[in-house]
Unconditional design. Structure first.
Length: 256
C-alpha cells in the first residue's frame, strides 16, 4: 500500500477524472442460495496508486471532500443499478458504509434520499451501515437523520458490531434495523470458543431485539454452516464471491 499522503488536489482530480469507482460484493441467503444484497465498496481505479479503501475514505474525510466523494459514488451506483436492473432481483438489499461524522452532516439525508429516488421505484431496499471507527454521538442531528431515513424505508445497520466503537449501548440509544458480525469473529468461529460464544451472543441478541443480522468475511463451508446453525443465514465473503466491478457483476449475474 502507498505511504505517500494524499492531498486534496490528488483526491479532487481523482473524482473529476472518474477514477473513484464503486465495486460490489454479494450477500447470499444461504437458505435459498440466492442473491440477497450487494455491499457497495469504493475503489481507486488506478492500480498504480494501490490505496486501501479504508485509507482512501480517511483521506477524503481529512481533506474535507467526503460529501463530494459520497455524492460522486452514489451517482455511479445509481447508474450501475439502472444499467443492470433487468438482471437484479426485486427486494435486493443495497448497502453502503457511512461514518458517524457523515451521518451528522446537514446534507447526508438529502444525498441519500436523492440516490434512492434515482433507483427503480420500490425495487431495492437501501441500507446504510454505520462504521465502527468513530463514536456515534447521541445528538438530535444523528437521531433525526436515522428517523428521516427509516421513514423513507432506508434501513440502518451497525457495521462490525462488537468492535471499535460499535457497542451494545448503541442498541439502547438508537433505533437501528440490524447488525453485521465482524469478520474477525467469523474467521475464528470454528477454532476459538470465545469467537463462537461472541457470535452466538450477537445472534441471540439480534433475534431477541428483532434485528436483521449479516455475517461478513465467510471463507469456508464449515464457517457458513456453523453460522447458519446459529441462525445467521445472510452471509458475505470470499466463499461466495469477492468484490466486483460493474462489468464483473454483470458477468456474475448472467453467466454464459
Amino acid at each position: 500500500m502507498t505511504t505517500t499522503p494524499l492531498n486534496s488536489i490528488d483526491l479532487y482530480c481523482a473524482l473529476m477524472m472518474g477514477e473513484i469507482v464503486p465495486w460490489y460484493q454479494p450477500m447470499i441467503d444461504t437458505q435459498t442460495q440466492t442473491l440477497y444484497g450487494l455491499e457497495v465498496l469504493m475503489r481507486w481505479s488506478l492500480d498504480a496508486e494501490n490505496v486501501s479503501p479504508v485509507a482512501l475514505i480517511g483521506a477524503f474525510e481529512e481533506n474535507g471532500l467526503l460529501p463530494e466523494m459520497t455524492q460522486h459514488l452514489l451517482r455511479q451506483v445509481a447508474a450501475d443499478m439502472n444499467d443492470l436492473d433487468t438482471l437484479l432481483p426485486a427486494g435486493l438489499h443495497l448497502s453502503f458504509n457511512v461514518s458517524p461524522s457523515q451521518v451528522a452532516k446537514p446534507g447526508f439525508v438529502f444525498d441519500t434520499l436523492s440516490f434512492l429516488a434515482a433507483l427503480p421505484l420500490e425495487k431495492y431496499r437501501l441500507v446504510v451501515e454505520i462504521t465502527e471507527e468513530q463514536p456515534l454521538r447521541n445528538t438530535p442531528e444523528v437521531v433525526g437523520a436515522f428517523l428521516k431515513l427509516q421513514l423513507a424505508g432506508v434501513e440502518v445497520y451497525l457495521d462490525d458490531f462488537g468492535t471499535g466503537c460499535s457497542n451494545l449501548e448503541y442498541l439502547e440509544q438508537f433505533s437501528v434495523d440490524g447488525v453485521k458480525v465482524d469478520q474477525r469473529f467469523v474467521k475464528h468461529i470454528c477454532t476459538k470458543k470465545s469467537s463462537t460464544s461472541i457470535v452466538a451472543m450477537v445472534a441471540g441478541l439480534a433475534k431477541a431485539q428483532h434485528l436483521g443480522i449479516i455475517a461478513e468475511g465467510v471463507e469456508t463451508v464449515r464457517q457458513s454452516q456453523l453460522l447458519s446453525d446459529l441462525g445467521i443465514v445472510i452471509q458475505q465473503g470470499h466463499l461466495f464471491s469477492c468484490a466486483m466491478s460493474q462489468s464483473q457483476l454483470r458477468n456474475y449475474l448472467s453467466p454464459e
